[in-house]
Design a protein around this ligand. Structure first.
Ligand code: UDX
Length: 433
């Protein structure tokens, strides 16, 4: 098939490369010439394991092309995927401006015949129907379309694996013809097919992300109980998760969820619920506990680490990505800077993105080795569970740190062993000093 993707972020670029690799001819439309040039030369711009190799492979096979020009591919495409961002508005609702402006451009470039327009962006309920209306208003009379909501569930860091072997493929549409074409396109991929209506597909995405965020907040809430009572949260959640109805996944307590999806999608579901006059207390509690997890961690740092230099490892919102959007680490950093600490930070991939954000602040420096951050530091704070930190030479860490204090926001070390090594070690939901 001939497919166009509008947008080359995590969702657009990864899915485009996967469909190109499966033998389709794929066009990717963007707005920024510089970025398109980089993409055309094999640089995926974002850090995602395996993506560069897949991009280069398909550029060489000429199955993927990048352009700013809608007229190059829209008229000949079987399917046009919308994969642009829907960032939060000030009130927390999803901003659909780009989705609608892109829909209008698609409509204006359709010449004749049948095209499927499929929305992969996470959009509020009713958006897909509005996309159809916009396109129907501006399109040529010889062109006709069906709209399909095809939400994406890929995680950063495992995006290729999630796209090649998804748990499920959700296809939402009123049109049997469009559903069958989408089923055909996804034929080589694993995963259960979920064929639903447009609105159901839209809600599935928000419900999935909010439930995962709820699991994390629940684990964090239980960690507060453990801290107050002397229980060990990992023991508790091991016991809880063994119930097959519950499971262990997404029950990892820490300094809360971040990233480009959970924070914005929970917020958007709240605004949708408020607009429908529904009780959104449950969703608001998910957010509140996420904030509390960070506040409690910040209090621990301030209590145990004397003012002065402090080392901080991990800037991305989770490991294996350079994405720092809504990273919990930034809330920790901002609170420490406000309190007068001087931060020496390290992250294997995200330091460049973080450096850009703090470039005007002299009280935070970004170093290229985790050990360098420890020089003259009164303590070490860990915000992201990169494997590199799990395998670090702790003897060396203790030797360089001015005070052997570690505040671990992701529970990567064993409290008893840390005590034997002579550290003052504080983690989440496990009492040990
Ligand atoms: C998420 C969804 O998983 C994915 O399906 C959707 O398409 C996009 O949003 P992503 O944001 O890439 O993916 O990351 P994910 O692995 O889900 O983690 C999100 C956040 O939750 C991270 O900050 C992570 O550190 C945190 N998290 C995750 C926990 O704090 N505890 C856990 O047990 C799991």
């Amino acid at each position: 098939m001939i497919i166009t993707f509008i947008g080359h972020g995590y969702v657009g670029l990864v899915t485009a490369c996967v469909f190109a690799d499966l033998g389709n001819t794929v066009y990717v439309i963007g707005r920024n010439q510089d970025k398109l040039k980089r993409l055309s030369s094999g640089d995926p711009i974002i850090f995602e394991p395996g993506l560069q190799e897949l991009l280069k492979k398909n550029l060489a096979k000429k199955t993927i092309h990048f352009t700013t020009d809608y007229s190059v591919s829209i008229p000949k495409s079987d399917i046009v995927f919308i994969a642009v961002g829907t960032p939060p508005n000030e009130d927390g609702s999803a901003n659909t401006t780009t989705v609608y402006s892109v829909a209008e451009l698609i409509g204006k470039h359709l010449k004749k015949g049948y095209t499927i327009v499929s929305c992969k962006s996470t959009v509020p309920i009713g958006t897909n129907r509005k996309i159809k209306k916009i396109i129907d208003t501006v399109k040529n009379k010889d062109a006709y379309i069906d709209v399909v909501s095809c939400p994406e569930f890929l995680r950063e860091g495992t995006a290729l694996q999630d796209t090649f072997t998804p748990d499920r493929i959700v296809i939402g549409s009123d049109s049997k013809k469009a559903i069958n074409i989408l089923l055909d396109l996804h034929k080589p991929l694993e995963g259960k097919r979920v064929i639903v209506g447009l609105e159901s597909a839209e809600i599935i995405k928000y419900a999935s992300n909010s439930l995962l965020a709820a699991k994390i907040s629940f684990a964090n809430l239980i960690s507060f109980y453990c801290e107050e009572t002397g229980a060990d949260v990992l023991e508790v959640l091991e016991g809880v998760g063994l119930d097959r109805r519950i499971g262990h996944r997404f029950l990892q307590p820490g300094i809360g969820y971040g990233g480009s999806c959970f924070p914005k999608d929970v917020k958007a579901l709240i605004t949708m619920g408020d607009a429908l006059s529904l009780d959104t207390t449950f969703l608001k509690a998910i957010e509140k506990i996420n904030r509390d997890a960070q506040t409690r961690f910040i209090s621990k740092i301030k209590k145990y680490v004397p003012k002065g230099k402090i080392a901080l490892w991990g800037l991305s919102f989770k490991p294996n990505t350079d994405d720092v959007r809504d990273s919990p680490a930034f809330n920790i950093i901002n609170a420490l800077l406000y309190d007068g600490y001087t931060i020496q930070a390290y992250d294997p991939e995200a330091y460049k993105n973080a450096k850009r954000i703090y470039k005007k602040n002299k009280n935070i420096t970004f170093l290229s080795s985790p050990y360098d951050t420890l020089n003259e530091a009164n303590g070490l704070v860990i915000c992201t569970e990169w494997n590199e930190f799990k395998q670090i030479d702790l003897q060396q860490v203790k030797k360089i740190l001015k005070k052997p204090i570690i505040l671990d926001g992701r529970n990567i070390y064993e409290p008893k062993k840390m005590k034997i090594r002579g550290f003052t070690y504080l983690s989440v939901g496990r009492n040990s000093v």
